[in-house]
Write a protein that binds this ligand. Structure first.
Ligand code: GLP
Length: 261
C-alpha cells in the first residue's frame, strides 16, 4: 500500500482522475471499477470534463460498480444506478450496455450476486477499482465482520452507515436496510485499487485503514493485503497518520509518480 497526500480535496480528486485517465489511455477497453458517494463527485466531474475536451475516450471501456441498494428502481434518485447515470455515464461516451451495477430488484438476490461475480470474470476481471471509505471503515457496503475473503452478496447496513446516508433519504427511517455489495475478496482480486478520502471526518478511519491492524471490523484494512493499492487523501484526511513525511517523500521522489506530480 502507498499513501499519497495532496494539499486539498480538489487536488486529491485531480490526482485520482489523472491515474484513471492514464490507465484508460494505456488500455482503452479497460474494466473500471466504480464507487459512489460524495467523495467521488469531483472525480467524475473531472473525468467528464476531460471527455468534453477530447482528452478521453470511454467508448470501449467496461465498468462495474461496487454496490447498489436493495429495492430501489434505477429511476429512483437515491439509487446508485441513477447517481452513476447522472454523474458519469450520461456525461461521457461509455456504452451503457457496458456499465454494470448489481440489480437490487432481482427476484433472486443470491443468484444476482453470483451472476455479478461471473460477469466480472467474463470481462477478464477489474483492472482498476475506485474506492471510497465509510466513516466506520467499510469499502463498498462491507460492514463490520465482513469476511476478508467474501464475494458479492447481500449485506444489512450497520447503524453508522444508515446514519451516514440518512441525509440523502430525508431521515434514517427511509434508508434501505440492505444492499448488494462486491465482497472484500472480490475487491482484493482487482488488479489495482485506488482508495480516496478527504476531510477531517475521515482522518480517524484512514489512520486505522492504512496503519492499523487488519481486521474484519474495518474492511478497508484488508487493502493492506493488496499488492497494488494507492490511498489518495487530502491533508485533512491524512491528519492522524503517523508516517506522513515518509509518504510525502515517496511521492516526491519515486519515478513512478513523476508524471502525476
Ligand atoms: C457509501 C458507499 C461507499 C462509500 C461511502 C462513503 O456507504 N457504499 O462505497 O465509500 O458511502 O461515502 P462518502 O464519499 O459520501 O463519504
Amino acid at each position: 500500500m502507498e499513501a499519497i497526500i495532496r494539499p486539498d480535496k480538489e487536488s486529491a480528486a485531480k490526482l485520482v482522475e489523472m491515474i484513471i485517465a492514464a490507465e484508460l489511455r494505456r488500455n482503452p477497453s479497460m474494466v473500471l471499477g466504480l464507487a459512489t458517494g460524495r467523495t467521488m463527485e469531483e472525480v467524475y466531474r473531472l473525468l467528464a470534463k476531460a471527455y468534453g475536451e477530447g482528452r478521453l475516450d470511454f467508448s470501449l471501456c467496461r465498468t462495474f460498480n461496487l454496490d447498489e441498494y436493495v429495492g430501489l428502481q434505477p429511476s429512483d434518485p437515491h439509487s446508485y444506478r441513477y447517481y452513476m447515470n447522472e454523474r458519469l455515464f450520461k456525461q461521457v461516451n461509455v456504452d451503457t450496455r457496458n456499465t454494470h451495477l448489481p440489480n437490487g430488484l432481482a427476484p433472486d438476490l443470491d443468484a444476482e450476486c453470483r451472476q455479478y461475480e461471473e460477469k466480472i470474470k467474463r470481462c477478464g476481471g477489474i483492472d482498476l477499482q475506485l474506492l471510497g471509505i465509510g466513516k466506520a471503515g467499510h469499502i463498498g457496503f462491507n460492514e463490520p465482520l465482513s469476511a476478508l475473503l467474501s464475494r458479492t452478496r447481500v449485506k444489512t447496513l450497520s447503524p453508522t452507515t444508515v446514519e451516514q446516508n440518512a441525509e440523502f433519504f430525508g431521515g434514517a427511517g427511509n434508508v434501505p436496510s440492505r444492499a448488494i455489495t462486491m465482497g472484500v475478496g472480490t475487491i482484493l482480486d482487482c488488479r489495482r485499487c485506488i482508495l480516496m478520502a478527504t476531510g477531517y471526518g475521515k482522518a480517524a478511519v484512514i489512520a486505522k485503514a492504512v496503519e492499523g491492524p487488519i481486521t474484519s471490523m474495518i474492511s478497508a484494512t484488508a487493502l493492506q493485503l493488496h499488492s497494488r493499492c494507492t490511498v489518495v487523501v487530502d491533508e485533512e484526511a491524512a491528519s492522524q497518520l503517523q508516517e506522513v513525511d515518509y509518504y510525502k517523500w515517496v511521492f516526491e521522489n519515486e519515478p513512478e509518480w513523476e508524471e502525476f506530480r
